[in-house]
Design a protein around this ligand. Structure first.
Ligand SMILES: Nc1nc2c(ncn2[C@@H]2O[C@H](COP(=O)(O)OP(=O)(O)OP(=O)(O)O)[C@@H](O)[C@H]2O)c(=O)[nH]1
Ligand SMILES: [Mg+2]
Length: 396
């Protein structure tokens, strides 16, 4: 599927159902009271974080999303059915902006997280609501409200633990293919990878991390050379950068100059990204005798005054790959705090049912009177005090 990381969509909540004007008419009750039902609430539109998606390509053709309308109220106090909510599945890492104001509405960061995008219209009221002591036959009902309508801009920056970085042909895709089930295109020409490609590196039961491969960077990428730096945004959310270095670059180019060029592009894109934990990964060590590789790496590290960690691997033969993945996994386990399960989600991220439940508790003097029907209410559940049973009357 084509990779798309920006999209514009239009979302619209369903219209609320109209209230009904009706009066009870029975054979022996010619002037019964008003009995028009209320309309149903319009459905709302929600964004739902889907971990199995990694592109916004679905929004290239389908751009308009509308939740269901509420049904109109009917006679005999029949309330119209509420319109169904519409859930739009979006990949994790999607940021949602209001296209008009550029305001950030929310960000999908937890699987299953829900963000309300457009509120459904409110229900119309039936004529019993307008009954009073002076008007006992109200010919009045209200119309359902229009649903909220919004134009949204979606921006995806993939969420992965480890990002691969390096010049074209450094072997990034080969490494991703060697350590994960992802099957990126690998070829002996620059810019084989045209779009970010994520993969999951599994190291055993419940030990895995995600790795993302992005198109190669070249000097001047910040000015648009090669594929530019627009894909670097997919590394912004990674925790660890693996900078792949070809130990035998074409045309005998200087390795140190190559590493510096890539880091200069990172700096030009974002100082925050340039400060991320970065490990040098010398690749293609199978192409050189071991002593030469060692001498080359030592010289490179000395020239760079490299203080960080480094690894020597051959992505093609798999040598050193498992040690690299194990080290990355351990680093992630020690440096990345797992999101607390009870972390308070942002207001926008609160699922509808929870928000509806968060109503102010009914004030009662007697705690035992508090209803415990609603398990989510902030009220401490009181135990209903039973009335003492009346003494049994002896049967005659
Ligand atoms: N001998 C050897 N060849 C390798 C190794 N790793 C990658 N290659 C080769 O290097 C070439 C480029 O590999 P890719 O994985 O496509 O490189 P890339 O960094 O993803 O390149 P772009 O997608 O263009 O940025 C391919 O022909 C690979 O077979 C290695 O460890 N040893
Ligand atoms: Mg590639």
């Amino acid at each position: 599927m084509k990779f798309v990381d920006e999209a514009r969509i239009l979302v619209e909540g369903g219209k609320g159902g109209n209230g009904c004007i009706s009066f009870l008419r029975l054979k022996y009750m010619p002037f019964g009271g008003p009995d028009g039902g209320d309309g149903g609430e319009g459905g709302s539109v929600w964004a739902v974080a889907e971990p199995n998606l990694n592109t916004l390509a679905d929004f290239r053709y389908t751009r308009k999303f509308r939740a269901q309308n509420g049904a109109n109220g009917q006679g005999s106090n029949c309330t119209g059915a509420s319109g169904a909510d519409l859930d739009i599945r979006m990949p994790l890492g999607t940021r949602i902006f209001d296209a008009q104001t550029d305001e950030l509405i929310g960000e999908l960061v937890h699987p299953g997280q829900r963000i309300k995008l457009a509120q459904g219209g409110h229900r119309g009221l039936g004529n019993p609501h307008f009954k009073s002591s002076v008007n006992r036959t109200p010919y009045k009902a209200t119309k359902g409200g229009e649903g909220e309508s919004r134009e949204l801009r979606l921006e995806l920056s993939l969420m992965a633990d480890v990002g691969l970085l390096g010049l074209p042909n450094a072997g990034k895709s080969t490494l991703l293919a060697a350590v994960s089930a992802a099957r990126p295109k690998i070829a002996d020409y620059p810019f084989t990878t045209l779009y970010p490609q994520p993969g999951v590196v599994a190291l055993g039961v419940a030990r895995s991390f995600t790795m993302v491969d992005i198109p190669g960077l070249i000097e001047g990428a910040a000015q648009g050379a090669g594929l530019g730096i627009r894909f670097l945004k997919h590394l912004q959310r990674t925790r660890l950068l693996l900078h792949l270095v070809d130990v035998l670059p074409p045309d005998g180019a200087d390795i140190v100059a190559n590493i510096r060029a890539i880091n200069a592009e990172l700096e030009a894109f974002s100082a925050e990204l340039a400060k991320k934990e970065q490990w040098l990964v010398f690749n293609k060590i199978d192409l050189m005798p071991e002593a030469e590789v060692r001498a080359l790496i030592e010289k490179t590290l000395r020239r760079l005054r490299w203080k960080g960690r480094w690894f020597a691997i051959s992505a093609a033969t798999g040598r050193g790959c498992s040690e690299l993945c194990e080290a990355a996994m351990t680093w992630i386990e020690t440096h990345v705090q797992p999101a607390p399960a009870d972390a308070a989600p942002t207001a926008a991220a609160v699922p509808a049912p929870l928000r509806r439940r968060a109503v102010a508790p009914r004030r009662t003097e007697d705690p035992a009177e508090v209803s415990n029907k609603d398990p989510g209410s902030a009220v401490t559940r009181g135990t209903r005090q039973r009335r003492p049973a009346a003494p049994k009357r002896p049967r005659d």
